[in-house]
Design a protein around this ligand. Structure first.
Ligand code: SAM
Length: 205
């Protein structure tokens, strides 16, 4: 399991180059993920692990967006983006996704893109996302999960020690994770390069 120190260290180093490395390559998934939220005017949207805020320009201006992240360095970049884009509907906060400081049922939509394998405790984080999402609200997760293909799975296992050092867990499996938090997918898609990332929407029970 990854610890907070490793994650904070990894993203402090990555933050200046994060957009350069991850903007273009992960863009198709971002657009599809925000589309799946089906945001309605006035909706309250929570983005967990908002990072440098690459998704922020994709949200409509008639909803209220709260972005949280554990890394101050990543959030600093997101703040610059919010200022540059004049996104007055967006609030950013340093917060741990596994201990969200919001009351139950606070948000209509909750999203985490490229995050769930980058947190120390994916189960707790998803349970928190569920807790703060209203009943019938949309929960959207976009991530790379461990492949069911044994050959790719073997490469992922080989890469695991390196990936852990830079803050990614390559061993996370989608369906067992969803089962542990009692969520079932309402929509599932494969996105990005070689369809290697999974986009999942669950309707909060
Ligand atoms: C790969 S980045 C993804 C950033 C952004 N969601 C995106 O789509 O570009 C993972 C983010 O998760 C954040 N993170 C890791 N653990 C976290 C936690 N426990 N709570 C909140 N954010 C966390 C990291 O700081 C980092 O900004």
């Amino acid at each position: 399991m990854m610890d907070y120190e490793t994650i904070n260290r990894a993203y402090a180093i990555l933050s200046p180059v994060y957009d350069f490395l991850f903007d273009k390559i992960f863009y198709p998934g971002r657009v599809a993920a925000v589309d799946l939220l089906e945001i309605r005017p006035g909706n309250r949207v929570l983005e967990v692990g908002v990072g440098t805020g690459l998704n922020l320009p994709l949200y409509s201006r008639d909803c209220n967006v709260t972005g949280i992240d554990i890394s101050k360095e990543m959030l600093r970049k997101a703040e610059e983006r919010v200022l540059t884009l004049g996104m007055v509907n967006t609030k950013l906060m340093v917060m741990d996704g596994s201990k969200l400081a919001f009351p139950d049922d606070s948000f209509d939509r909750v999203i985490a893109t490229y995050v769930i394998s980058a947190v120390p405790d994916p189960v707790k984080t998803l349970l928190e996302m569920r807790r703060v999402c209203k009943p019938s609200g949309h929960l959207v997760i976009l991530n790379h999960f461990k492949s069911e293909n044994p050959v790719i799975g073997m490469f992922e296992r080989l890469l695991a020690p390196v990936c852990t050092k830079i803050g990614f867990n390559t061993e996370l499996k989608l369906m067992p994770l969803l089962e542990r938090v009692a969520l079932s997918p309402d929509q599932m898609h494969r996105v990005n390069l070689m369809n290697g990332w999974r986009l999942v929407r669950c309707i909060n029970p």
